[in-house]
Ligand binder design. Structure first.
Ligand SMILES: NC(=O)c1ccc[n+]([C@@H]2O[C@H](COP(=O)([O-])OP(=O)(O)OC[C@H]3O[C@@H](n4cnc5c(N)ncnc54)[C@H](O)[C@@H]3O)[C@@H](O)[C@H]2O)c1
Length: 417
């Protein structure tokens, strides 16, 4: 069993990793917590039996003290990753850091260097690699069943409602206060492409924009807040009371720590989640594509879009001898081999953990990494850095309207780090 401290008792700290520790007490025990939000800190302490002297109001406070556990979980918001991660590694903690590692490319490289220099383990929350779905696809590709992989088409179907919740009203809506959406939402997906390719990206290009969730799409007469008497409330898919009174807990928590209907409605009145989706201060894209060429001549295209009914990932992998199609939410993979019209269909078991079981898989792997040094070569911090650099390169391409020589880009970033 590994002992851990938690920095940031929010959705991920409480809901993903805290819950894992409660359900798997022989794997992880949280012995301290830091969060300025007293209600969240108290709730986490109560759930994990944390003594009052081990409850802190900031990462600065807890990381000023001598090392008190094997590992440090950092689950703060995107812009608050780099500082606590640097401090924790230098204090001698092995670190589990939520993705994205950092919001600047040089900082991602720097973190990897600090972890190496301090001889510490650093794992990034790239949960998708640990899902049954992507693990099965990786195994199929590596087995040669569809020959040599030539092309990947991968979609992150964000869905209209998730876009509105997280990227229009929520914490990841604005580049300045969080990070570009291709990093925040899809460093995961670029990581999957990098992982499946077994190769090195050499060219990256990207296009996309914020086209819909903005003032020009607002219905005539729509007020800034839904509850101020919107003429379209009965037909709008984003009418805040309708969305949040029926939402799952992970969507209610950022609206109000107390999730009663009364508290939710009070918070929506003038709070960020009660804003009209066309009149928020969001500036991240609502659709973006990324195309990549790899050293082994494989090509990949990735689409991240708000404009989908489903909230899931779908993928098609095309090889010299066949094709694989996968639907993550359905836990279904179809394999076609050329010359054979009947596909082999795999139905995976559904696990009671977030991200298609990835939240469970990554914790099992983290415990193995800390206890016996084994990470099955799945997601080294080096691979995570490359995946993040792919996201930064894609954003540079989108903003500067040019294709990026990825090899040169990586060299430049490493030189400046
Ligand atoms: N791996 C994944 O699949 C996945 C999924 C969702 C989110 N994330 C990432 O996880 C991170 C956390 O997301 P979340 O939804 O849990 O956020 P959250 O806002 O719910 O939680 C962050 C917590 O950090 C606390 N905090 C703020 N300042 C602090 C400080 N100085 N010291 C200690 N704590 C502090 C906040 O009070 C809050 O409780 C984000 O970076 C997000 O992008 C990853």
């Amino acid at each position: 069993m590994i002992k851990a401290i938690l920095i940031g008792a929010g959705g991920r700290g409480i809901g993903a990793y805290g819950e894992y520790a409660i359900k798997n007490p022989n794997d992880i025990k949280f012995i301290a917590v830091a969060d300025p939000d007293i209600e969240r800190r108290m709730y986490f302490s109560y759930r994990h039996g944390i003594a009052p002297e081990n409850q802190f109001s900031s990462y600065e406070e807890i990381l000023r003290l001598p090392k008190m556990a094997d590992t440090c979980f950092i689950c703060t918001q995107d812009t608050l990753h780099i500082q606590p991660a640097k401090l924790a590694l230098k204090k001698g903690y092995d670190v589990f850091l939520e993705k994205p590692m950092a919001v600047y490319p040089e900082d991602c490289v720097l973190l990897e260097e600090i972890a190496k220099k301090e001889n510490r383990k650093l794992m990034i929350g790239h949960v998708l690699r640990y899902t049954q779905f992507f693990s099965a696809i990786k195994e199929l590709v590596d087995s040669g069943k569809i020959g040599s992989l030539m092309t990947i088409q991968h979609n992150e179907n964000v869905s209209f409602w998730h876009q509105a919740h997280s990227y229009v009203r929520g914490n990841w809506r604005n580049v300045e206060t969080s990070s570009p959406m291709i990093l925040a939402k899809s460093c995961h997906d670029l990581d999957i492409l990098y992982w499946l390719s077994n190769s090195t990206p050499i060219k990256v290009a990207s296009f996309g924009s914020l086209s819909y969730f903005k003032e020009s799409s607002a219905p005539i007469g729509a007020p800034k807040y839904c509850m101020d008497g919107c003429p379209k409330e009965s037909e709008c898919a984003y009418f805040a009371p309708k969305v949040y009174l029926n939402a799952p807990d992970w969507m209610k928590l950022p609206v109000s720590n107390k999730m009663t209907d009364e508290d939710i409605l009070a918070a929506l009145k003038k709070g960020p989640y009660g804003r009209c989706v066309y009149r928020s201060d969001n500036d991240v894209v609502d659709h973006q594509v990324v195309i990549i060429e790899f050293e082994n001549q494989m090509t990949a295209s990735f689409t991240m879009t708000a404009f989908t009914h489903e909230n899931t990932r779908t993928i098609k992998l095309m090889g010299t001898l066949g094709e694989i199609r996968g639907h993550m939410d359905k836990q279904e993979i179809e394999i076609y081999t050329f010359g054979n019209d009947i596909p082999e269909v795999i139905h995976l078991e559904t696990l009671d953990y977030g991200h298609g079981g990835g939240d469970y898989g990554i914790m099992k792997a983290f415990v193995r990494l800390i206890e016996i040094g084994d990470n099955q070569e799945i997601a080294s911090d080096e691979a995570s850095v490359m995946s993040h650099l792919l996201a930064f390169a894609a954003e540079k391409s989108r903003l500067e309207s040019k294709s990026i020589d990825f090899i040169q880009y990586v060299k430049d970033i490493k030189k400046n780090a």
